[in-house]
Write a protein of this length. Sequence first.
Length: 172
Amino acid sequence: MAQNGLERVTRVDPVVHGGKLNIDADVQFQVSSELRNAAEKGVPIYFTADLEIISKRWWWFDKVLVDEHQSWRIVYNALTRQWRVGTGELSLPEVSFEDALSPIRNIRGWAVADISDLNAGERYDGRIRVRLDTSRLPRPFQIDAYNSQAWSLATPWKDFSFSISHATHDPS
């Protein structure tokens, strides 16, 4: 649920690069002071982007081609006074909490599919959202998340459509 109605995905750009379909997206959201305070005390905060791409079929259910999730972990180390943001095992230092939110607000180069799995000229429909992943919070904070609006940060789904050109799809 959005906190103040400003949470949204403002731009989605499917890009072909290196034989992969990459997603670039810009996301707008504000973090509550309660969430920021918890992060400043060293509580790891997780954000997840959910992406679905489908191929419409008139004769049957739509075919789901991509169902991907990308998660980021933001954590503050009080000893080094350093923010870190990362996905998986990779974690990068950042100067401030706002800087740590930058990779989430500006998703770039998220490889979601091989171009060989997509047909040139066919129209594909997709949708994307970004949310605070409360299921990955420590247990006491999960309880707070269920009871507090400050912990329920999520953008609505943003729909988009695209097709792959023949020139982009051609491996030569």
